[in-house]
Design a protein around this ligand. Sequence first.
Ligand code: ADP
Ligand code: MG
Length: 651
Amino acid sequence: MIKLEFISSFFYTQTPMKLHEIAGIGPKTEAKLNALKIFTVEDLLLTVPKSYDDRKIADTVLDTPAYYEATATSLPKIFSVRRNLKRLTFKATILGETIQIALFNQTHWFHHLKPGRSIVVYGVFKKSMTAQRLFLKENFSPGLNPRYKLKTISDKRFREWVRAGFQELKIPESLPKSIQTRFSLKSRHDTLYQAHFPQSLEDIQAFYTWQKIAYLTGRELSRQSVHDHKMSSAKPVAREKVWAQAAALPFSLTKSQKESVQMLLDDLEDPRPKRRLLQGDTGSGKTVVAMLSAIGLLETGHQVALMAPTEILARQHHQTFKTLFKDAYASTILTGSLDAQTLKQRLEAVQAGTVAMVFGTHQLFSKTTRFKTLAQVIIDEQHRFGVNQREALLAKGKAADLISLSATPIPRTLALTLYQDMDVTTLNDVPAGRRTVKTEVVPLKNAKTLDYMIELALEANQQVFVVAPRIEDDEALLSVERIEHYYRDRFPKARLATLHGGQHAEEKTQTLHAFQAHEIDLLIATTVIEVGIDVKDAGLMLIYHAERFGVAQLHQLRGRLGRHHIDGVCYLLYQGNAAVKQRLDVLKTLTDGFELAQMDLDTRGFGTLFGTDQSGFHALDAWPYEETLNLIQAIQATLRDSSDGTSANAL
Ligand code: ADP
Ligand code: MG
């Protein structure tokens, strides 16, 4: 679901109107909406369609999926194909021909269908049809139909409430006047109305444009508001201790690692508060660089916080820190899953300053976490956090410096535009002795031929990663569940587990732990594993529907292999034509994350850069590179030149 949270939370001014004030919403429905994180009428109106359907009834047979009017001519039957897969079939007349129609997992139609019933089906018309969707004739509305894809509520009902909501409520404006004028935008209220009730494709396009500008403007504003404190941030730094620790490491630093440590130490001594983006290919050793700079502060009695997007990653960093520096510094870790008692004790220790180095997840920026002398904040995988989360953590220190770590390296000019308030440092060499990851490109239809590779890996006591793209409703993708089903049958003795966004945080953490401890042999996951986790015995990775991913993301995924004693092999299973294969083939020879990231920018645009930023709306389109960069610069210029830009601290 796409929600404009980044705006709604920033610009709340009205007293929220309750959902049950809308006709048709009773307590039961309200609970359902709450489960979808919709608590007020504002939330309702800000829940915009995920996509649109342009519905026309076909009057001749087409060879692509289309809507057809039909009349049922038989009663339906239900078959169980296998666990979790039921097929419903019936006969119907379409354009004068009677054919068999099948639907999967939509058995609720059973009670609605009988001979003579008028319906509309959506699918490809052949000798038979697998219908993707079915409507009773009276419920089918032709034209532009928004699709909200809220699992528990039909689009039709949802839209009625939205319509009612709009009669009660004026959505407050969120964009500065200067931006509205510069880009000739309608009001936020009108734009959102258009999004829910478009009259034409232009209305939808205008909404997308508005959304993009609003997103980028929000990004700029939230940064400006925090950038102007003038407190001196010069801190005493124990440089010689840092280099002594560096010399005691089990490996020697690369040239760019040394230079980066130097630069970070300079930052700490600089009276201006420093923010630095440290970017480098996956495996380039960013973490140890950041930790070494931290030691310069720990040695002079300051605290440092390192925040990671997942618990498993935070723990991994904590462990690395303790091992690399032989427990020389008091450290702890704060996560959401700690029991209340332990959390309380640790929070007290952090507040009292008895632990210097603090690792953690989102718990770090929560209100309950207080530091004594927080002087530096390190954020791993920075794109996974929102700007305000980062600022909340920084605000816990006095003029604390910031290091953001990013494994999606981007060109310098772009980085400087995107992160205007940051300096940018790049690790451009990779530690010696890295294992290679061999990459192969294989058509998806040949996936089964790789079974023997899995068998070999399992026999050699290696672990196997299988990655599948996120599953969206009715897309014809091989999903985690279907792959799981197949491999459970195929490798009954393997210890197998799945990992995806639909699971609870706790379950995910447990699974990852078990995988790291090699209690699981084969892990089937969505891209939640992308984050820099370390799995010692991983030797093989299969990526299903590799065509769905950017090459930089594929590169990061395969970076999970070859980290330890085993050389890795990564298979990219693709569906598509020669051009698709060609794009993936690049990964067989190219191992430079920078070049791959540039390729993604050129071919896929900006979208992927914003990662899982709060809004989740990067999915809307591909955000062409040049155009988006120009747009950002135009927004920056408009805000700079106008007075309302700098005074816009509605945050
Ligand atoms: P990333 O840049 O992907 O975050 P990490 O910081 O996780 O990379 O480093 C990957 C691994 O390489 C870690 O186990 C780290 O201790 C190790 N490492 C870091 N620098 C070097 C180096 N110069 N030589 C050898 N190993 C290194
Ligand atoms: Mg990392």
